[in-house]
Design a protein around this ligand. Structure first.
Ligand code: ZN
Length: 275
């Protein structure tokens, strides 16, 4: 398979199970997941136990991230019709609805149901690539920490371009496999975990994909995120160190409450305008 960004036919083995393009550094897990298999990965366990301890408990951190993203987005696209690809349980859209006419899509049915019931949002379950949204109909499309989960991020970016109006804006955040932490940590970098993360970007590969799809870069930065202590300790002790007892005793003592901000400088946040 040729590189999804630059089309290079060659690839090298970066780490066990991860192939990388020597020209633009776009990398991918050497997997061939069917849509059915992908759907299973993003079942209830992903949000409650496999990746997050309890996604709904992340609400405070996720809303804080959403509000900060919205403030930043306002200078590029202050209103109009917005689509969030990968809307999960709808926290970003519930914040965005104060400024935009919001729509969401996610492969995870349970999340969309929650978004509809709890927040009365327009959230559709299914594969974005199959959805018959009209072309030139959105002012803004967002993909927060989503591109790395996709087998064909190139197709998502191209379809986003078709759905956006001229001068419409694409906003996204994704991991950077050429960042300092990624290089230092190598195959132990926290972001390398197929089969949920399957596409790994360099800034160069993102620029090529965006350019090909008719976008111009409007802004790019490395920003941190709000996280909950609860999920951080769950990841460190339960998922990594397999020490559930320690995690549970800290939790019982109420030591894992609250959220904090951390910038690891390995996440790219970008705004791109449709030409
Ligand atoms: Zn390439």
């Amino acid at each position: 398979m040729s590189c999804l960004a630059c089309g290079n036919q060659q690839h090298e083995h970066l780490y066990d199970g991860i192939l990388s393009c020597p020209a633009c550094k776009f990398s991918r897990a050497d997997l061939n997941l069917s849509e059915e298999a992908a759907k299973k990965i993003y079942g209830k366990n992903y949000f409650f136990g496999d990746e997050y301890v309890d996604y709904l408990n992340e609400e405070a951190a996720l809303r804080e991230n959403a509000r900060r993203n919205l403030k930043w987005m306002a200078s590029f696209c202050p209103g109009g019709k917005l689509l969030e690809i990968g809307c999960a349980y709808g926290f970003f859209l519930d914040e965005a609805k104060h400024y935009y006419d919001v729509n969401g899509v996610d492969i995870h049915e349970e999340g969309c149901k929650h978004a509809r019931r709890a927040f009365n949002l327009k959230a559709r379950a299914g594969n974005f690539l199959d959805m018959p949204y009209p072309e030139n109909s959105f002012d803004a499309i967002t993909l927060w920490n989503t591109l790395e989960h996709l087998a064909r991020p190139d197709l998502f970016i191209q379809k986003s371009s078709r759905l956006l109006k001229k001068d419409g804006a694409l906003f996204f955040s994704t991991l950077d496999i050429t960042s300092f932490p990624a290089k230092i940590r190598g195959k132990h970098w926290r972001q390398i975990h197929p089969p949920t993360h399957i596409s790994y970007f360099s800034w160069k590969s993102l620029c090529i994909m965006l350019e090909k799809a008719g976008f111009s870069i409007a802004d790019k930065k490395y920003r941190g995120e709000y996280r909950s202590w609860n999920n951080t300790f769950f990841t460190l002790f339960v998922l990594r160190a397999k020490n559930k007892k320690l995690y549970e005793s800290l939790k019982k003592r109420n030591w894992l409450k609250g959220i904090y901000y951390l910038n690891t400088f390995d996440i790219i946040t970008c705004a791109a305008k449709k030409r």
